[in-house]
Ligand binder design. Structure first.
Ligand code: TMP
Length: 205
């Protein structure tokens, strides 16, 4: 496949969405053929699955169901959108991918990294990111900033311990799979954070 696949990862509220807006503008100015997408979601079927996963009425969802729904959304995303775009030579920027499932479901939900990885291997048909940017920021500060005065979705409403475990999970995963993962210091200003992202993207383009 001739395109480049870049994923953005990090705790809830780590500023990925803010940076994506700046990144889109930057890539448009550079006349780079790119698509931006996100998980869970990214396709009509995936967005329906997203609604089920994040809906606060689904408090009884089992961790395995949750992991399978994320993987199902991802499988649709790969076959309908990501793979075709990469085959057309596009740059694909995706907010969250398999690493999120390994940190949230594998570590924080306690399903185990290996089991969650195996259902995802089935889902992604061998399409792995060329570069992953991990937005490193204190997870409790980030979560409070995101949910400030809002109720939050089903995942955001998990306790602070859950979000701390997600963060520790990410750190463990980065030491397990350091290839292609770059750590961005997202505690810096938006401008400084974007500068780090821009440099990493320029290196790979
Ligand atoms: P978002 O708020 O970043 O769009 O993501 C929705 C939530 O889903 C967020 O709390 C992270 C979580 N998530 C997982 O638990 N596993 C996954 O595989 C993905 C993609 C997201």
């Amino acid at each position: 496949m001739s395109g480049i696949f870049i994923t953005l990862e990090g705790p809830d509220g780590s500023g990925k969405s803010t940076i994506v807006k700046l990144l889109s503008k930057y890539l448009e100015e550079k006349k780079i053929d790119f698509i931006f997408t996100r998980e869970p979601g990214g396709t009509p079927i995936g967005e329906d699955i997203r609604d089920i996963i994040l809906n606060n009425k689904n408090i009884h969802m089992s961790p395995r169901t949750e992991a399978l729904l994320y993987a199902a959304s991802r499988s649709q995303h790969i076959s309908e959108k990501i793979k075709p775009a990469l085959e057309e030579g596009k740059v694909v920027i995706c907010e969250r991918f398999v690493l999120s499932s390994l940190a949230y479901q594998g570590v924080a939900r306690g399903l185990g990294i290996e089991d969650v990885k195996s259902i995802n291997d089935f889902a992604i048909e061998g399409v792995n990111p060329d570069l992953t940017l991990f937005f490193d920021v204190d997870p409790i500060y980030a979560l409070n900033r995101k949910t400030n005065k809002k109720e939050g979705d089903r995942l955001e409403k998990e306790g602070l311990n859950f979000h701390k475990e997600v963060y520790d999970g990410y750190k463990e995963l980065i030491s397990m799979y350091p290839e292609n993962i770059k750590v961005i210091d997202a505690s810096k200003s938006v401008k400084e954070t974007f500068e780090q992202v821009r440099k990493e993207i320029e290196n790979i383009l």
